[in-house]
Write a protein that binds this ligand. Sequence first.
Ligand SMILES: CC(C)(COP(=O)(O)OP(=O)(O)OC[C@H]1O[C@@H](n2cnc3c(N)ncnc32)[C@H](O)[C@@H]1OP(=O)(O)O)[C@@H](O)C(=O)NCCC(=O)NCCS
Length: 199
Amino acid sequence: MIKIRPALTNDAKKIAYIKNTTWKDTYKNLIDSFYLDNLEISQEIINKWKNRILDTKSNQTYFWVALKSNQVVGFLWGGGARDPKIEKLKYELYAFYVLPKYQHQGIGKKLFSTFANNIKKDFFLWMLKDNMSELIYEKLKCQKTNYENLIDIGNKQYKEIAFIYKHKNINQLDPNCAFCDPSVIEKQGIYKNGSVVVT
Ligand SMILES: CC(C)(COP(=O)(O)OP(=O)(O)OC[C@H]1O[C@@H](n2cnc3c(N)ncnc32)[C@H](O)[C@@H]1OP(=O)(O)O)[C@@H](O)C(=O)NCCC(=O)NCCS
């Protein structure tokens, strides 16, 4: 069973671990290996994730974790559009990772559907150019655009490319998406203790 629930500050260390582990695996042929080898989980980094989780209370941001066998194995963080914005879209998916061992089991799709169903609007995301995960976004009904951006990672610059998700495609995304909508779930009595249980 996969469970999606809002992130708690206690999840911050695991979230930092998931981000680092997924970067080392996904970006090994894209990002400088010295940078990847030296990714660490410092108290400063844990505090940064804690603050992002706490921010969901005051800002229009969303932070969910996915659990399998009660272990946090993935997360999604998103909210109001940051610069550089795309086509005046008001929302952005900031970060979205599932531990390599748990990928390809539908966990990402559940997290993604939960975000889409809570925002109920079109949104964009930036992804490193030539990332093989580009294919996954096509599966998640996102359209690749020609918008590019340069980001600094370590001492180097990398190209990112923007993808756009159109909410009109929600029904093609996940046949169980109603289970990711808190209002539907609450009505059906299966939204318990702030958690969404999706199987
Ligand atoms: C992107 C990511 C979060 C998706 O999570 P996931 O749990 O693997 O996704 P799912 O298993 O729900 O798969 C979603 C769709 O992508 C497809 N897919 C999954 N892994 C794939 C792969 N390696 N190659 C091609 N397609 C893939 C699935 O087939 C599925 O579509 P379908 O059910 O219609 O067939 C995860 O793969 C990941 O962490 N990737 C590396 C990090 C990254 O690039 N993050 C985005 C930057 S913000």
